[in-house]
Design a protein around this ligand. Structure first.
Ligand code: PMP
Length: 292
């Protein structure tokens, strides 16, 4: 368990890390967040995560009362205070305490929370054998209503889909957009491999611009593997040679069965393994140092 939580500028014991019941993050899911990881004493892709956080805040018209550089120092200080080298970091900025109405102008100061804790990993057999997943009936939020690229505290859409995966007894599920195009998984981005080419859905159809997806695309470019960012439907997934999901917590994880259809030969494919291996190399060798 975490020893210290960053709360509005202070590092406090977990039992003292309390927020108001009038916080609009709690009352309305009004706020933004990031899930970040540190490996080997370095925070991986911290600048990219902070960039996305500040972009999300900008879109919901919330002014984060810290400069990006100060936020970076706060993240590093929180990891250091907890004496962690490999951990998961949850950074939350909520609209802050206000009154019972929706009006964000009643919330003068956002609440900033940084939690650094041990990471709960997917079991190794998921990587060795690949996931069995489903397509969820719950469609991904339409970007016209609430753009999934805002990493907001409003995660009910994903939770509804997650409940379907739990009901089905599988660890993840694919979410389609309202037109039936593959958008993303409940907490991960999605890639398919077909005849040596990798396909990924465009962010604009309604998914989160994942940092791990971005790193994956850099790895594919480095490996000389062609990538096409385009719309596709479930038929493309069912007939793929390989399928993998990407996310900060899951890293790169293969899926080998979707809605009862075997993907490829039913085993994690060579490209998925190669991307994961390179991802591990990068996470072990890059990042913002915590202890130097
Ligand atoms: N999509 C959703 C809905 C997510 O919640 C996440 C993880 N936070 C991702 C994709 C993957 O994003 P990232 O690689 O930045 O963790």
């Amino acid at each position: 368990m975490a020893k210290y939580i960053y709360l509005n500028g202070d590092l406090v014991a977990p039992e003292d890390a309390k927020v108001s019941v009038f916080d609009h993050g709690l009352l309305y899911g009004d706020g933004v967040f990031e899930g970040i990881r540190a490996y080997n004493g370095r925070v991986f892709r911290l600048d990219e995560h902070l960039h996305r956080l500040y972009d999300s805040a900008h879109v919901i018209r919330m002014e984060i009362p810290l400069a990006v550089e100060e936020m970076k120092q706060a993240v590093v200080a929180t990891v250091r205070a907890n004496e962690l080298r490999d951990c998961y970091i949850r950074l939350v900025v909520s609209r802050g305490p206000g009154d019972l109405g929706l009006d964000p102008r009643k919330c003068p100061r956002p609440t900033i929370i940084i939690i650094a804790d041990n990471i709960e990993l997917y079991p190794q057999r998921y990587y060795d054998e690949g996931l069995h997943i489903i397509t969820c009936a719950t469609r991904r939020n339409s970007p016209e209503a609430l753009d999934p690229s805002i990493k907001s505290l409003n995660y009910l859409n994903n939770i509804m889909a997650k409940i379907e995966t739990i009901q089905a007894g599988v660890p993840e599920g694919i979410m389609l957009n309202s037109e039936g195009y593959v958008a993303e998984a409940t907490g991960d981005n999605i890639f398919v491999v077909q005849h040596g080419t990798v396909l990924a859905p465009p962010v604009s159809i309604g998914n989160l611009a994942g940092i791990t997806a971005q790193v994956t695309m850099e790895i594919l470019a480095e490996m000389g593997v062609p990538l096409r960012v385009e719309n596709f439907r479930m038929l493309t997934v069912y007939t793929a040679d390989e399928l993998f999901l990407t996310g900060t917590a899951a890293e790169i994880i293969p899926a080998v069965q979707v809605d009862g259809r075997r993907i490829g030969d039913g085993k994690p494919g060579p490209l998925t393994r190669a991307v994961l291996e390179r991802y591990h190399e990068l996470t072990q060798s890059q990042g913002t140092p915590v202890y130097e």
